[in-house]
Design a protein around this ligand. Structure first.
Ligand SMILES: Cc1cc2nc3c(=O)[nH]c(=O)nc-3n(C[C@H](O)[C@H](O)[C@H](O)COP(=O)(O)O)c2cc1C
Ligand SMILES: O=C(O)C(=O)c1ccccc1
Length: 393
């Protein structure tokens, strides 16, 4: 049933559509709340795969802090403005996008669903939401890129010691139509993740997430047949994956390989944001990797305001880590983000119902974003300003 009666708000139309679709069994009924979605995913996934996705570093307090920190910021709604003509469109790197949401790079998605990033790409294209594809994707960047065609898709680089591999994979991403390079800085050391240690589970030891390495001419020229000597292959992977000795000056290597916008991911301090700009980055993603890297860290949203105060006039700032609902998106945008990324929610949608599951999870979030904007008394992101928030000490 398609309800388009003009008198109904978009939110009401959406709710009615979901209600009628649900009663007619038209689409899978995934839980609407993140907490129930996560619970349901835990019931259907292989335990070690679920633990990998849900888990975080150490005591997992950073992930707790990510969630809790959103409560430090409270929305102050305004009444009786005309909010019937709302728009959640944004402009990002010269591109008009219908919503402020992007799909965060999440590697090894075949542990959630056999169609992995390809199913995510179909859902993203359908929703007109950009996908950021990880270096450790389960499908090749070419296969995923071909689903997108002209629809925006960005490539996330894991940047190791092997500059020839870095140049090769960026070159492949450019050829496959990716329009920005996201360089993740917070994973130069792979974190202490207790659930995975307990399960003795690291996906790449089972060849999950190595599709791009095993199809890369530089990697293959160095390794030969990846199946020949597993230990040697893993050492080459580790060398291409990370480099804990790299410093800001090394960003020049990436800056020199591409004319695409370079966006650094994992910034938590204003001085690091400034360094990124000084070393040629076109944008930053304020993020703590969803709490998966440093245990005991500050909730990511609590670092956003200070970073925006220092550099929002000099660069484009995106945010992730803990976005679950419309109010979270509103708060990040009010603090100064130009867009947000979502990670685990769509991975659970994928695990539960493939492409359709990703679509449903993100469509729900977007409906919630639109309603939150209207209920707060705003018509567009220009109205979503710091003074709409109260900071609770
Ligand atoms: C299973 C999993 C795999 C991830 N893989 C990557 C990755 O390959 N590259 C990357 O930059 N970030 C990766 N991330 C981090 C996300 O991009 C993002 O920062 C994080 O999930 C955001 O937090 P959220 O899950 O609370 O939304 C991964 C996150 C998860 C949960
Ligand atoms: O698990 C992660 O957070 C992540 O970024 C990653 C890194 C290497 C392989 C798979 C995922």
């Amino acid at each position: 049933m398609d309800i388009t009666t003009e008198q109904l708000s978009a939110g009401m139309q959406y709710q009615l559509q979901i209600y009628f679709a649900g009663t007619q069994n038209v689409k899978p009924q995934l839980p609407v709340s993140f907490e129930e979605l996560e619970q349901k995913a835990s019931e259907v996934m292989k335990p070690e795969a679920f633990a990998y996705i849900a888990g975080s570093a150490g005591s997992e307090i950073t992930t707790y802090n990510n969630k809790e920190a959103f409560n430090h910021w409270q929305i102050i709604p305004r009444m009786m403005g005309d909010v019937s003509q709302r728009s959640i469109v944004i402009e990002l790197f010269g591109m008009q996008l219908p919503t402020p949401v992007l799909l965060a790079p999440v590697g090894v998605l075949s542990i959630a669903h056999p169609e992995a990033e390809v199913a995510v790409a179909r859902a993203a294209k359908n929703l007109r939401v950009p996908q950021i594809v990880s270096t450790v994707s389960s499908k090749t960047i070419e296969e995923i890129g071909s689903v997108h065609g002209d629809h925006p898709h960005w490539f996330q680089l894991y940047w190791g010691r092997n500059n020839d591999f870095t140049r090769s994979i960026i070159n492949r991403a450019e050829k496959a139509g990716y329009t920005a390079i996201v360089v993740t800085l917070d994973t130069r050391l792979f974190a202490w993740r207790e659930r995975d240690i307990k399960n003795a589970y690291l996906p790449f030891l089972y060849n999950e997430g190595l599709a791009n390495y095993f199809t890369d001419p530089v990697f293959l020229a160095e390794v030969g047949d990846p199946a020949r000597n597993k230990m040697e292959t893993m050492m080459h992977f580790a060398n291409c994956f990370s480099n804990p000795s790299s410093t800001w000056n090394d960003l020049a290597v990436i800056r020199e390989c591409t004319k695409l916008p370079v966006i650094v991911k994992g910034i938590q301090h204003a001085n690091d944001a400034k360094k990124s700009i000084d070393h040629g980055a076109d944008g930053i993603i304020v993020s703590n990797h969803g709490g998966r890297q440093l245990d005991g860290a500050i909730g990511a949203i609590d670092t956003l305001a200070g970073i925006c105060d220092e550099v929002s006039d000099k660069t484009t700032i995106l945010f992730d880590s803990g976005i679950r609902r419309g109010a979270d998106v509103f708060k990040a945008m009010a603090l100064g983000a130009k867009a947000v990324l979502v990670g685990r929610p769509y991975a659970y949608g994928l695990a539960l119902a493939g492409e359709q599951g990703v679509k449903e999870v993100i469509a729900n979030l977007l409906a919630d974003v639109d309603l939150t904007m209207g209920l707060a008394g705003c018509n567009s992101w220009k109205d979503v300003t710091r003074d709409k928030l109260h900071h609770r000490n």
